[in-house]
Structures are given as structure tokens and as C-alpha cells.
Design a protein around this ligand. Sequence first.
Ligand SMILES: [Zn+2]
Length: 195
Amino acid sequence: MVPPHCHACGQPVGYPGLLCEPCAGRLDRQARPAPRRRRDGLLIHAAYPYAGVARRLVHAYKFAPRPSLGVELAELILARLMIAPPAVLVPVPPDPWRLRRRGFDPVDILVAHLAEQSGCDLARCLARRHAPAQAGSDRAHRIAAGPVLTQVGPIPRRALLIDDVSTTGTTLQRCADALANNCPDGVEAACFACA
Ligand SMILES: [Zn+2]
């Protein structure tokens, strides 16, 4: 069995936990970013900046990978962001190709715990198509355009999109676009960390 260690710096710790004391202190001092409104209108809330210990935790969760960290990250989100009914949580759907390669969906673990703890309903109502590179297509242009999303279930009246990390916000915006006309009470987004 692997002895307990800090998920940010790898130092052994004498107790089962997420972080060593110095890293826990650093994480506490990472200020919550101000909610950011994209030019196309979506308001994005983040618990942490995508930097330092917060960024290393995300990497340990997604790329190490350690699916069990999902519950811990969800708890950190709940401690910093107001997540409550009547908002209905809508996970950003995974790219099918990445899901197969990774073997788990980091956002789905987060959102399931957020729903359980907050009392919010959960609507897995979006799906994402893997868009393979096409001959002659411009990669930068495709990334700027964001993923292709489709509705696969009933859309809630008021949606809170959930993602683990938001960098440019394009993926969240495309999800909001896919919901918007069917959410009369609005769409916002929340993530663990944003760049
Ligand atoms: Zn540490």
C-alpha cells in the first residue's frame, strides 16, 4: 500500500489527507477569482485560480489519474461557491475519445457529489461529438470554434454548467449556447479552477 502523501507536492504525510500542511496553507491563500463574464454573455464562477496548488490538484485528479480525488475537489468547490436549488447542475460532457482513453469522466464524479451535497437536481442533457482533424481544416480555427454539442435529454429551466477547469471558457460557452433557448430562467457556469 502506498503511504499517505500530499497530492500537490508528493511529500509523505503522517495522516490520510489531501495535502501536506504547507500545501494546504498555500491552497487556502489562493483567492477565489472574481466571477468572469464572457463577451458572449456567460457568467463563470470558479473556486480557485488555475495555478499553484489548485492546478497541481487538478493534474493529480485528471492526469495521474486519481478518480478518488473528485469528491475532495467537489468539497472544495462547495466550501467556496454557492451551489443551491433551484439551479439544476449540467455537467460539461466529455469528449468520447478522451473518455475512452482516460477510463473515467472527471467532471461526472465532481457533479455527482455536488448534486448529492447541495440538493440540486442533476441533468446529463448534453453530449459531445469527437471532431477528428479533417484534411485541410485549420486546427487553431477548430479549437476557437469549440466542441460540437447536442441535446440528449430534457433541458432544465435554470442551469448551472459544471466543469473541472475552464481556460478560455469556449467549451462552457458552447454548452451554454446549446442550452440557452430552452432555459428560460438562465444559465451560469461553475468550475473548480479557471485560468
Ligand atoms: Zn504538499
